[in-house]
Design a protein around this ligand. Structure first.
Ligand SMILES: NC(=O)c1ccc[n+]([C@@H]2O[C@H](COP(=O)([O-])OP(=O)(O)OC[C@H]3O[C@@H](n4cnc5c(N)ncnc54)[C@H](OP(=O)(O)O)[C@@H]3O)[C@@H](O)[C@H]2O)c1
Length: 277
């Protein structure tokens, strides 16, 4: 069984990576910072270190995303579990070199493209699984598909983050609708409010809220448990495409359940990524 994970160089992803390594034959560590990746790999027992393959991936650079998927597909006969975990909230509006707002690129578009290019190798698995790390923040989403880059109005880091975490749930359900008949399962999850590097760079009201929340936050080890559960366990078929919290399905927001919205998101994502598909 093979696993690929993004965002394992810090926080929740690092713990999920460490705890899942013993369970898999080969692990693809997709990260933008090789030094951090090497440190993480050296934290593993020697017999597990040789199972890990580092692949360079920057989710804010679509050429890098496509190259990472190609490199993985050349290395692996099949991919059983893909964990789209990387993400973040960014204080200032930033447009990537590909022309996308950074939060959108790092939390949604990058993973959309990665999953698209990994689909052939995923479908070679007997039971392919895609896990998307979302958030309860999705409940605050207010989506304007005509203004995803905040070309108009004021940029709000929290609004952008809430939107992309909604997109993670919509994407999960779409994956099941499009590939479920070929055996694919997909789940979204909320890890909890976790003391990681997340939010360190934020500003405004969110920064104050995040500072106040620190004493009540759970540890990365606790925050990784739902990801680990979903990666290891066989989930009942009727829960395919569901959103989980503390290892249990949870009903997401009305927007997150909207078929219309997920179809719009899929089409818009494909349109934005046309050059790299
Ligand atoms: N912490 C929470 O309370 C919380 C709550 C709900 C949901 N989440 C979600 O949980 C996931 C993990 O977050 P965390 O709390 O563990 O945060 P974290 O400690 O900041 O880790 C974020 C990870 O994402 C990677 N990353 C960010 N931008 C990237 C890019 N452009 N290309 C490649 N990798 C990139 C980072 O890489 P570097 O090490 O190179 O920076 C890091 O490995 C995120 O999706 C987040 O939205 C977190």
């Amino acid at each position: 069984m093979n696993l690929a994970i993004t965002g394992a160089t810090s926080g929740i992803g690092a713990v999920a990576f460490q705890e899942l390594c013993p369970e898999f034959d080969q692990i693809f560590l997709l990260a933008r910072n090789q030094e951090k990746a090497d440190q993480l790999i050296s934290s593993l027992p020697k017999n597990q270190q040789r199972k890990v393959v580092f692949i360079s991936l920057d989710l804010s650079d679509m050429h890098s995303v496509k190259s990472a998927a190609n490199a993985l597909s050349k290395e692996a006969d099949q991919l059983d579990v893909l964990i789209n975990n990387a993400g973040g909230i960014f204080p200032k509006k930033e447009i990537t070199k590909d022309g996308f707002e950074l939060t959108l690129s790092s939390n949604h578009l990058g993973h959309f493209l990665l999953t698209h290019h990994l689909m052939p190798v995923l479908l070679k698995s007997g039971s392919p699984k895609v896990i998307n790390v979302s958030s309860e923040a999705h409940r605050a989403a207010k989506v304007d598909f005509s203004n995803l880059n905040y070309d108009e109005g004021r940029y709000s880091s929290f609004n952008s983050y809430a939107n992309v975490k909604l997109f993670n749930i919509l994407f999960t359900k779409s994956l099941v609708e499009k590939y479920g008949e070929q055996g694919l399962t997909s789940y979204a999850l909320h890890p909890g409010v976790v003391n990681t590097n997340f939010g360190k760079e934020s500003d405004g009201i969110f920064k104050i809220f995040w500072k106040l929340a620190k004493p009540f936050m759970i540890t990365p080890k606790e925050g990784a448990q739902t990801t680990i559960f979903l990666a290891k366990e066989t989930i009942p078929q009727k829960q395919n495409g569901f959103y989980f919290k503390k290892n249990k399905p949870l009903v997401p927001s009305g927007l997150a359940r909207s078929r219309d919205l997920r179809e719009k998101l899929w089409k818009i994502s494909e349109k934005m990524l046309k050059e790299w598909l």
